[in-house]
Design a protein around this ligand. Structure first.
Ligand code: HEM
Length: 404
């Protein structure tokens, strides 16, 4: 396959992006994508180099919003919140805030401690579906599990999760690299104010009744001087929903789809559930949700022989890196016995995903329980049309109907 590099826009999702990625990597592993105004990198080796070099490359979000919308963007509630999330920061502020959360999520005993709760949440959702012959794997299952898990972790009452998820959905488009219109931004700003009010109230009541949840831990961290002010605390608590919910929902949905597209591998997993931990890594390599993220540099850089000017945006197409034949033999084959090494699914370097252990655990428990409790599950289609995917670089199905 050949693609027309001059018109290729990496932000436009495809039902099956992988043939395009292969063509791109072969034709131009580093190229200027004029329609998107970004440099696109599709080679695994070059992406690894960039994401490991935090001195040279930084997060692009703040720079991108200011370059698109001008300094006036600083007055918008959505921007005021996102720029205070450590995900969007570099340097000293990132080094100050990330450990507060990383210590909690990446502690050596955390996975073991969380297992009973994750199993309970998965069990609850499956119980609620037990008398339904047909259901939507995305809306009724994959969406529900991570939402309940992150709410439990933070100590947010489950009854409030639904409106939180609704507000988050209104806000999510503003972090996308695709340009957004005024209405999208207005809706996001409204939802942000609602969420901030809700969490401000929750922080106040939690202060009177502290628990062993993540929110209590962050309030204590704040009292010890970890956060500059309450707005920073709130932004980073909300980050847990932004970073941890939609991604895990999407990954669970894509994993179910990949297994049903590869019935031999589905049968293998049912026969040998002990391979689940590495099967999850392979499923995420094969068809992952984070297809790309951006970086930029304050100085000119040379990547794969191309000089990229200071301040330009660089899109690391990690969905392409995970299918790079230089790293993964027969990359287009889903092989649950592969135990893939050096996948890019959770990024790398200073910003490597702090929730990767939790996400893997949710996928392992969520898939195992689904296979066990719905052994005859069949999808209505294993070839969803492009209209069933979100218009986003976060690859995600909006619906996946199943019965059985
Ligand atoms: C399958 C699910 C997930 C995927 C595919 C995923 C993927 C990623 C990737 C690729 C990055 C790096 C982005 C960059 O370098 O710009 C990242 C960062 C991050 N992830 Fe995840 N993630 C997932 C689940 C979670 C969960 C469950 C949480 C926590 C509740 C979480 C929290 C974070 C945070 C806070 C960051 C920012 C880290 C930093 O900037 O230092 N993620 N994630």
């Amino acid at each position: 396959m050949q693609i027309d590099i001059a018109t290729y826009d990496p932000r436009i999702p495809l039902a099956d992006p992988y043939p395009t990625y292969h063509a791109l990597r072969a034709q131009a592993p580093v190229h200027w994508a004029a329609p998107a105004g970004v440099w696109v990198v599709s080679s695994h080796r070059l992406m690894r180099e960039i994401m490991s070099d935090d001195e040279t490359y930084g997060q692009a979000y703040v720079r991108r919003e200011v370059s698109r919308h001008g300094e006036a963007v600083h007055d918008q509630p959505y921007f005021q919140m996102f720029r205070r999330m450590f995900f969007m920061m570099d340097g000293e502020d990132h080094r100050r805030l990330r450990p507060l959360f990383a210590r909690w999520f990446m502690g050596p005993t955390r996975t073991r401690e969380l297992t009973p709760m994750v199993e309970r949440m998965v069990g609850q959702v499956l119980d609620e579906l037990s008398d339904r012959e047909s259901f939507d794997v995305i809306q009724d299952y994959a969406h529900q599990v991570p939402l309940r898990v992150i709410s439990e972790i933070l100590g947010v009452p489950q009854a409030d999760s639904r409106h939180i998820a609704h507000d988050i959905e209104d806000i999510a488009p503003v972090v996308e690299s695709v340009p957004k219109d005024a209405e999208v931004k207005r809706r996001a700003d409204r939802a942000i104010v609602q969420l901030q009010d809700y969490f401000r109230g929750l922080v106040e009541s939690r202060r009177r009744n502290m628990g062993d949840d993540l929110l209590s831990a962050m309030i204590q961290a704040g009292d010890a001087g970890g956060f500059a002010d309450e707005e920073e605390l709130l932004a980073n608590v909300l980050l847990m929903y932004f970073a941890g919910h939609e991604t895990t929902t999407a990954a669970l949905g894509l994993a179910v789809l990949a297994l049903h597209r590869n019935p031999d591998q589905l049968a293998l997993l049912k026969r040998s559930p002990e391979i689940m931990p590495t099967a999850v890594d392979e499923l995420m390599r094969y068809d992952g949700t984070a297809q790309g993220f951006s970086r930029s540099s304050d100085c000119d850089v040379v990547v794969g022989g191309h000089t990229i000017p200071a301040g330009a945006f660089i899109l690391l197409l990690i969905g392409a890196g995970n299918r790079d034949p230089d790293v993964f033999a027969d990359p287009d084959r889903l092989d649950l016995m592969r135990a893939p090494r050096d996948t890019l699914s959770f990024g790398g370097g200073a910003h490597v995903c702090i929730g990767n252990m939790l996400a893997r655990q949710e996928l392992r428990i969520g898939l195992a329980a689904l296979l066990e409790r719905r052994p005859d599950l069949r999808l209505d289609t294993v070839d969803p049309p492009i209209s069933d995917f979100k218009p986003s670089l976060t690859r995600a199905l909006t619906t996946l109907k199943a019965r059985g």
